[in-house]
Design a protein around this ligand. Structure first.
Ligand code: SF4
Length: 148
């Protein structure tokens, strides 16, 4: 049996009622940040929310996911596209990578086109760091529209 990459997904609590439709679809189709697994099998070993600002569940979710063998933790695209985007992205990423030795990837499904247009209007993503943070989920317009 081919070895699977074990992944976990943490979503922004603003979207706590989300059933994971876009994340799971993009994981299945290897789109957005899941394109990195296009030639690999993946297994979802954890899915939860940050539990609301300032993200008290990041610590516990990391611990639980590691016990389930997680190798890569994805922060859902909602971290990036919310109004405003999560202000703790960097802290959470550093904490999980340092504390648990896992890789943290920013994003899951492709950025929906409507969010791109709104953030362009608001100027949210003008700082240079956003180019790096959005690189896995920006995709192309056809794909972004498919996730609107
Ligand atoms: S903005 Fe950040 S800390 Fe606040 S609910 Fe969303 S992911 Fe959690």
């Amino acid at each position: 049996m081919a070895e699977k990459t074990k992944i976990g997904i943490i979503i922004c609590d603003r979207y706590r009622t989300c059933a994971g439709g876009k994340c799971l679809r993009s994981m299945r189709n290897r789109e957005g940040a899941f394109n990195r697994y296009k030639d690999k099998d993946v297994e979802l070993v954890g899915y939860t929310t940050c539990n609301g600002c300032p993200g008290g569940n990041i610590e516990y979710a990391g611990d639980e996911m590691v016990k389930n063998g997680v190798q890569v933790i994805h922060f859902a695209t909602g971290f990036l596209v919310g109004y405003p985007p999560c202000p703790y992205i960097d802290t959470f990423k550093q904490f999980l990578e340092y504390c648990y030795g896992v890789e943290v990837v920013l994003g899951t499904h492709p950025i929906p086109q409507k969010y791109l247009e709104m953030h362009q209007s608001l100027g949210t993503w003008e700082d240079g760091i956003w180019k790096i943070w959005l690189k896995d989920t920006m995709t192309d317009e056809v794909t972004r529209l498919a996730y609107n």
